[in-house]
Design a protein around this ligand. Structure first.
Ligand code: WQD
Length: 338
């Protein structure tokens, strides 16, 4: 069975491609290489021995999207990762984000609307909750005004899919609201490849541990949390990738209760920035050079998932601990710097 993975050479897309291949699916990857490289294909082959079909396509070009679906009429499902995802950049370049994250989604859904039946998994984010009032966060927590155009594209994306599914029974969709993905495949053949200075915490930590960065700035030590630093739900990228396969199979096997469903995908456990640093020091045996500085504008204090719905309805549960995920991130950092 053929599955299209857009953004399949990216961080989460490449790990999901591996898990799809492990389950026997034929994977076609569309990627515009704006935030990844074809070398990732070699990493996937090194793990599974199977080379996905890869087509370099800019999904903003509607004619190319139409042509793709004409040439691949037997695509049974789509997992849609392709999007711009840098929160800070989205504030400076909102139109780039609305064009790339929304325009391309509309073109994909137009193609799926032409098919009798299709399964669609959307890469969403816990960002849609903003600072939720209650922890842990359930799927019924209110979606708040986004703190950034990036977060807004995730909210709008969910609404566009919901409205489309209402009038297109042939499309069965699931939005997965990720918490904070981290780590790398245990083989260290694929992992996170931030371009330039990492925005996210974990790659900045491992690069500091490797001596590539001088010092980690901890953004804020005066939050109303136990140790004063922000709390997040750090989920191992392989567990997250497996959640995509479980969600896809729910749709392929017609187990969904509605043709648009939403699931939080996290571990259900919150970890503070200082706890993440401690985890790094434990698994690497290195002392991390860090300094507590001012808060980063737009950061929320705390976000971690209530995973009841994913565990009970989706039938998926994160298996890895923070230390195991951090160990994989460190091994990956050591591997790529060799
Ligand atoms: C985590 C914590 C920072 C860097 C973002 C997006 C979200 C998703 C994941 C795409 C925060 C602190 C960070 C640093 C630090 N992206 N931090 N020093 O902001 O929770 O989520 O990335 O889907 O949509 O919003 O992740 O890793 O940037 O920050 O102290 O150098 O680490 O303040 O508390 P975030 P993050």
């Amino acid at each position: 069975m053929k599955i299209l993975v857009t953004g399949g050479l990216g961080f989460i897309g490449s790990h999901t491609t591996v898990e799809l291949q492990n389950k026997g699916y034929e994977v076609i990857i569309i990627d515009d290489l704006s935030n990844s490289t074809e070398k990732v294909l070699d990493g996937i082959v090194a793990i599974t021995g199977k080379r996905p079909i890869f087509e370099k396509i800019d999904l903003k070009d509607r004619s190319k999207v139409e042509d793709f679906f004409k040439r691949h009429q037997d695509v049974a499902g789509v997992i849609h990762f392709a999007a711009s995802k840098a929160v800070g950049e989205s504030v400076e370049k909102p139109l780039l984000y609305y064009e790339n994250n929304i325009g391309t989604l509309v073109y994909l859904l137009k193609e799926l609307s032409k098919k009798n039946k299709s399964s669609f998994i959307f890469s969403s984010s816990c960002t849609v909750y903003g600072q939720a009032d209650k922890m842990p966060i359930t799927e019924s927590a209110p979606v708040k005004t986004a703190e950034s155009p990036y977060g807004n594209t995730k909210q709008m994306g969910e609404e566009i899919i919901r409205d489309t599914c209402k009038v297109t029974p042939g499309i069965n969709a699931i939005a997965l609201r990720y918490f904070n993905p981290m780590g790398a495949h245990p083989s260290a053949e694929i992992g996170e490849l931030p371009i330039g200075v990492p925005q996210n915490l974990v790659p900045f930590i491992t690069q500091t541990g490797m001596g590539i960065r001088e010092q980690l700035s901890v953004f804020g030590g005066d939050y109303p949390t136990e140790d004063g630093t922000c709390i997040r739900d750090y989920i191992y990228v392989v567990d997250l990738a497996k959640a995509h396969v479980v969600a896809l199979e729910r749709l392929l096997n017609g187990k969904n209760q509605d043709n648009y469903e939403v699931f939080n995908v996290g571990t259900g456990k919150g970890s503070s920035v200082l706890e993440v640093i401690k985890s790094f020091e434990k698994v690497s045996g290195k002392k991390l050079n860090y300094k507590i500085v001012d808060r980063r504008p737009g950061d929320i204090t705390s976000a971690y998932a209530d995973t009841t719905k994913a565990n009970k309805v989706l039938g998926w549960k994160a298996e890895s601990t923070l230390d195991e995920a951090m160990k994989s991130a460190w091994l990956w950092e050591e591997k790529i710097r060799k």
